[in-house]
Design a protein around this ligand. Structure first.
Ligand code: SF4
Ligand code: SF4
Length: 302
């Protein structure tokens, strides 16, 4: 059995307690218009251009037998992604590593080997491993097997999830983790559909059922996007919802940033994102205080 990933980060300090290894699963059932990891949306491997590394030499154009690549008048390389076969010839031709195929496969043993290299860091810091994406539960069988293996090895596992998975799958797999980082974006169903592509009903249902049936601690993760979910109505509804649960230990306020914009462009998906305003420090502190005033432990960042 193999999983598909798009990144593995070491020394992560914002994805749960302590120093962590964060494993990014490729593929997500949501399509958030503010996504800062758009290379995690598609479950398939993808061609990604890295223009900041490009010398505009044109070697990749000559290497591609499928006419995918061309150069703008200023020399910038652009791709017709729909014609790319992911053969990798352009990558071999590029001396600057300015083209990548995003997405790689690995077995449980291979991922665990990578994770074990950092054991001393997470053992000493009270850290562990965070499984994120994308959405790990889109590869539920692999995620479950990886959690089982990590638990056998005494590694603390946090599962970062959108909550969008069949109830039985969610309860079974999330229930094996030590901590759930549960993304909560919008309480209004219509707005949730508009901005993420899916209804929030399954997500809220899973959150409620998981809270009632398990003792697993949860950190609620709230991506703060001005004009989308920072209004009083959404905040009040979110606070009421979270106050009705017993296992929510912390609320992480994650300020929107525009890091995903350039990545959407590099993947040839310019039409699939929207640029929002970043929240000011005043906005962020106001939202942190809003939740703290209602008795929650809340902080900026993960
Ligand atoms: S991966 Fe292959 S088909 Fe795609 S752009 Fe590169 S050379 Fe062309
Ligand atoms: S081969 Fe590499 S450096 Fe040269 S134009 Fe293509 S992407 Fe840029």
């Amino acid at each position: 059995m193999k999983g598909t990933f798009f990144d593995l980060k070491r020394y992560a300090v914002h994805d749960g307690p302590g120093i962590r290894v964060t494993v990014f699963f490729k593929g997500c059932p949501l399509h958030c218009l503010w996504c800062h990891n758009p290379e995690g949306i598609s479950p398939e491997k993808e061609l990604m251009l890295l223009p900041s590394r490009c010398a505009r030499c044109g070697d990749c154009l000559r290497a591609c037998r499928h006419g995918v690549l061309s150069q703008e008048p200023d020399g910038e390389v652009v791709a017709d992604h729909s014609r790319c076969t992911l053969c990798g010839d352009c990558i071999k031709a590029c001396a600057r590593d300015a083209i990548q195929i995003v997405g790689w496969e690995a077995t449980i043993a291979e991922i665990v080997t990578e994770i074990e290299k950092d054991r001393s860091f997470f053992d000493q810091s009270g850290g562990g491993v965070t499984l994120t994406g994308g959405e790990p539960l889109l590869q539920a069988e692999f995620t479950e097997a990886l959690i089982d293996e990590l638990k056998l090895r005494g590694v603390h596992v946090a599962l970062d999830t959108s909550g969008y998975a069949p109830e039985e799958t969610f309860l079974r797999v999330a229930g094996k983790s030590d901590l759930v980082l549960f993304d909560l974006k919008l309480m209004d169903e219509g707005k949730h559909k508009k901005f993420t592509g899916v209804s929030n009903q399954l997500i809220l249902h899973n959150f409620r059922v998981f809270d009632s049936k398990t003792q697993v601690p949860v950190w609620a993760r709230f991506p703060l996007i001005p004009g989308v979910n920072d209004d009083g109505e959404n905040l009040e509804e979110m606070a009421d919802f979270l106050a009705s649960l017993k296992n929510v230990k912390l609320i992480n306020i994650l300020p929107y940033h525009k890091g995903g914009v350039e990545k959407f462009r590099r993947l040839g998906r310019e039409n699939e994102f929207v640029v929002f305003n970043s929240p000011t420090e005043e906005n962020i502190n106001g939202v942190v205080k809003f939740f703290q005033d209602r008795g929650f432990k809340a902080k900026k960042g993960g």
